[in-house]
Every structure is written in C-alpha cells, then in structure tokens.
Design a protein around this ligand. Structure first.
Ligand code: AKG
Length: 295
C-alpha cells in the first residue's frame, strides 16, 4: 500500500504536465493617483500573501494607475523593463512566488502605442510571459456607462498560456471574460485555471461579474478567477466593482473579497477539473463540426 502511495506521488511530481494542489491569492488593492504608493502597497500585499502560504499571487487590472483614458498615457511604462515591472520582478524573487502582475498601461518600445498588459513572473524574478488585452472595453450603456478604451489603448493579438509547476493557466484581462470562444480556446489548450485581472464598474459589476466568472468556470469545467481593484466611491473617478473572486469547475464560488481593499486565498486542485469532466463529459460530447459553419 505504501509503495503504491509513493509511486503515485512520484508520478505526480514527475508529471510533465505539472499539476498539483496550490494556493491562489487575489489581492484587491485600492488604487489611487499616486503611482509609487500604489506599487509600494501592492508589494506589501504580495509579501503578506506569500507569508500566508500563497503559491500564485494575482494583482488587479491597471494596478499602478487610476483606470481611465486620461490616465493611461501619463502612467504608461515600458514593459518588461520599466520601474513597475522591475519592482514586480524583485518582489517575486524575494518572496519566491509565481506572480501575475495584474496589468499596467504599457508604452510600446517605439512610443507609438499603448497596451493594457499583464506580465507574469517566475519565483526567480524572471519574466514568465506577457499578455496584452485582446478585447478592448468599448461600450455604451445609455445613462449608465460609456467607455472607449480603444481611444488610447491598442489591442493585443495573441492568447497566452502559462505552464507553472502546479497548473496550466490561461490569461485574460477584464472585458476578455465576455468572450466565451476565448475561454473555450484556452480550455482546449489544456488550462486548469483562467485568471482575469479586471475592473468592472458599478453598472456591469453587480449585473454580470459573478455570472461571467461562474459561467466561464462551469462551461469550460475549469477554475476561473478575477482580481479587481477595491471599490472606492470616494475616489471621484472610475469606481471599480471589487469582489475579486474565484469559482471552481462545478460553478461554485470559492471566495468573494467584497468591495473593500483586502485579499482572498483559495485552494485550487487541478484534479477537480478531471473529476467534473468525467462526471459531465462535455469535452467528449461536444460537436465542434456543427458550430463553425453554415446551418
Ligand atoms: O465588461 C465590463 O463590463 C467591464 C470591462 C472593463 O472594465 C474593462 O475591460 O476594463
């Protein structure tokens, strides 16, 4: 019996796909106008989450700048060699965690474009991967919210998957979560967990945020997490929804951070994706040949 146990754990450790249970921390930072202060408090929260045992830590969308087209050009930095990224690399190495650096406004090397960009770090401080938001937040809900992110930001043009030692992670940013074919593609690429740094607002947040997280998790039978800035009505600017949360492959909410600054840490076991996929075998039953062409 003991040998069997040893063999199965040895198999898990040697598994090339790299899957094991781990702790994910979602840091719901309050983001203000002072960039240095935003970054310094993000680093403090990363250190505290690492001390609490987190293996993977995520920051919110646009965590070093207020969210808004009037702010993006002023706060933009080069990636991954600007000062904000330097701080993230240093803290990842110091705390030895895998870090999803939320997102920040990126200025392209030739200075001509801005992107909404997520940089991920290995525990060595090395850059693991970079994802640029592919679907820009351009909406018009009369009397409620108009926003045109494309006034200042250019769209990325490729998906990004991060193979860590504990899970394969698909990256998205905020509005990306509204595109089910993106999530389905990341699931098809073998992701166990999708992570979206995001900043929904006081109109679409209450209406759609949790619904999208649970639906994405349920329909793709994987873990789905979103990480928002704290909701700060006193800021006078764009008010984020808060409620950083994660759902499991059954569609159940594992944790919800509420509106204020804080964090949640959730336990994620990628094997749970397999058991749900066994119980409800959507991947085997789906009929992609019917979905792509004419009726
Ligand atoms: O989809 C939404 O309602 C909000 C999206 C958003 O805030 C963003 O993409 O930054």
């Amino acid at each position: 019996h003991d040998t069997k146990k040893f063999l199965s754990s040895a198999f898990v450790m040697a598994s090339p796909s790299g899957r094991r249970a781990f702790k994910l921390a979602l840091l719901q930072l309050r983001v203000g106008a002072d960039k240095a202060d935003n970054v310094a408090r993000a680093l403090d929260m990363i250190r505290a989450a690492a001390s609490a045992g987190a293996d993977l830590i995520c920051l919110p969308e646009v965590f070093n700048s207020p969210y808004g087209n009037q702010h993006f050009p002023a706060y933009a930095e080069s990636v991954p060699d600007g000062p904000t990224c330097d701080s993230l690399a240093t803290v990842a190495k110091e705390t030895k965690v895998h870090l999803i650096g939320g997102s920040l406004p990126e200025r392209s090397a030739d200075g001509s474009r801005l992107y909404n960009t997520c940089v991920c770090y290995e525990p060595t401080g090395q850059v693991a991967c970079i994802y640029r938001k592919c679907h820009l937040f351009d909406i018009d809900v009369p009397g409620k919210i108009q926003f045109k992110e494309s006034d200042t930001i250019s769209a990325g043009d490729r998906l990004q998957v991060w193979q860590t030692p504990f899970a394969k992670i698909g990256l998205g940013i905020c509005y990306d979560i509204r595109f089910p074919r993106m999530a389905a593609r990341l699931a098809e690429l073998g992701c166990d967990l999708l992570v979206y740094p995001g900043a929904f607002n006081t109109t679409t947040g209450p209406a759609h945020w949790e619904l999208l997280v649970r639906a994405t998790a349920l329909q793709n039978q994987l873990f789905t997490a979103v990480c928002s800035p704290a909701s700060d009505p006193a800021s006078g600017g764009y008010v984020a929804h808060g409620h950083s949360m994660a759902a499991d492959p059954w569609g159940s909410v594992l944790a919800d951070c509420g509106p204020d600054e804080g964090r949640v840490i959730v336990d994620i076991d990628p094997a749970r994706c397999d058991s749900v996929r066994q119980q409800i075998p959507l991947l085997k039953q789906q009929r992609p040949g019917l979905y792509g062409g004419s009726v």
